[in-house]
Design a protein. Structure first.
Length: 71
């Protein structure tokens, strides 16, 4: 499953750092964090999507405290 979420990220460098951290989370197939559009795209298996999403947001906030996702 692939879903897009509105997010808040301060700069392109921060977006790259958050994206790299999220891609390391178990269960993440692909992730994109776009500073210009303020969008976060997550691709993960359907059956574990909610758990992977929660772990991805947590990893993103750990990498950059100002990272916010509207779920």
């Amino acid at each position: 499953m692939k879903k897009k979420f509105k997010c808040e990220i301060d700069c392109a460098n921060c977006a790259a750092k958050v994206e790299a951290a999220i891609k390391k989370v178990d269960g993440v197939i692909d992730a994109k964090v776009n500073f210009l559009t303020q969008k976060f795209t997550l691709e993960a298996e359907d059956d574990a999507f909610e758990a992977v999403l929660a772990a991805a947001v947590k990893a993103g906030k750990k990498a950059e405290a100002d990272f916010e996702v509207e779920i």
